[in-house]
Design a binder for this molecule. Sequence first.
Ligand SMILES: Cc1cc2nc3c(=O)[nH]c(=O)nc-3n(C[C@H](O)[C@H](O)[C@H](O)COP(=O)(O)OP(=O)(O)OC[C@H]3O[C@@H](n4cnc5c(N)ncnc54)[C@H](O)[C@@H]3O)c2cc1C
Length: 506
Amino acid sequence: MWDAIVVGSGIGGLAAAAALAKRSKRVLLLEQHTVPGGQTQTFRRQGWVFATGVHYVSGVGPQEGPEGQFRRLLEWLGDGSLRFAPCVNPYDIVHLPGFEFGIPHPEAAYRAALHGRFPGEGAAIDDWFHACHEARKAGMALMASHDLPAWIAWGFRLLRGRQADRWSRHTLADQLADIADPRLHAVLGARWADYGAPPTTAPFIEHALVTGAYDGGAYYPVGGPARFAESLLPTVRAAGGECRLGAEVRQILVENERAVGVEVVEGGSRAIERAEHVISDIGLANTLARLDALVAPAWREQASRLAPGLGYVALYIGFEGDISGAGATSANHWIYDSEDIDRVWRQPADEDAPGLFISFPSLKDPAWKGSPTAEVLAVVDRAAFATWLDEPQLSNDYAAFKDWVTQRLLGQFNRHFPTLAPMVRFYEAATPLTQRRFVRAVGGSMYGVEMSVERQSSDALRLRTPVPGLLLAGQDVTGPGVQAAFMGGLMAAATVEPALWRQLGR
Ligand SMILES: Cc1cc2nc3c(=O)[nH]c(=O)nc-3n(C[C@H](O)[C@H](O)[C@H](O)COP(=O)(O)OP(=O)(O)OC[C@H]3O[C@@H](n4cnc5c(N)ncnc54)[C@H](O)[C@@H]3O)c2cc1C
């Protein structure tokens, strides 16, 4: 009998397990993959190491306030050895045809840079930042009403309820409609792949929260993103807990209407593990799929209105030579083929990706041990891969399709970085099928449930589920991003162990 079972070792699951361990709870952490960390895992090909779901991290700056909160919480939960290196500033560079704009932090610098570049748009720029501030406050209230203890949620509602109602149905496109200059419009909206929904779908609140989180700086974990699991798992073990890899949870057991444990398959053998609490970090749809079909029908009905989000294709590139000398830096590049930043890549076989995110992780990590790398990402409509998403075996026609798309992305990379093209020695792509296989993302989605205004007010995504003893953690509850998913895990642990709420004020 464990104090808690955590299903899934993504950053949300790791945070929940480590936080409970800090309260001397014995936690069993179950991960279906052979590598811990979920989307913070890394993988190696020959001399090149690639990260999957971390390109930059917010909240880990040296500051005392919210800009450093994630770092302080990690220091408390981990072995204290997890360090972060700042990315170059400007850290995000937006490229449009014939135009480039570097986004710096903090906000005052970003604002000044916009004023300098768009001198005729001063009022629109100031209104934009004012709206971002208001939306962020509303976002906190919205989150509180979903996730925090009832008395705190009540306080937030009293203070900010009207604001939350006003902003909760507002999309990024609604806010961008006030921006007349097409280039300013594109710069302000460009970074939507950070939360996975284009302006017409994205809640403005989410945009304000995610982009605002980098006001405190953009950082990369020293030693790579695998360091998250390496630093948090010893805490779980020190309290008598365990992390089992290759352990797939097939069923969440419910007895007398309460979650009491899981059925897990490890190395072909089935076992039952029991606990007082089950915390699921595997996303809403995966969690429901592991409950008996008759459990919580109203919850299922609410969840059925939420679709999986968009997918992505990634191209992992390995180089030989000095890529900094050839112009690469630790900044991220957001490259659009037109000022129409709303377009999603719908026909990857027949068209180039309309938007690319390109980063050079080997230049972000001062402790990098391998050869230099780049990671190229393009958000894609999962429908393009629908034929193969549910097939148990990878087919030859999928391999041919993937190869075609790989060459297309490589061609785009080479055109944008011609000085790096001759240094390319290795490349390999990931598609929504890869995402489904390694982290079991439903439909191969990039960030779980689709990011939309419906999602933000859905009752299906609460920490405390309608099944007593079963909690949700991770990105589906608190939003995409390492920091947000971590907070989702920590808050799930605090729901089980209320003394932990105090730690959130660190
Ligand atoms: C391409 C990409 C780039 C990104 N870039 C950034 C970035 O630069 N900065 C940032 O902050 N965020 C980024 N993110 C987002 C961030 O990585 C995620 O939001 C976050 O890591 C999600 O954590 P999680 O714990 O919620 O879930 P996950 O990391 O998805 O973990 C879920 C875990 O559950 C396991 N699992 C699933 N089913 C079972 C089962 N039945 N039994 C046992 N285990 C199971 C999975 O294998 C997985 O390990 C990126 C994401 C992607 C995909």
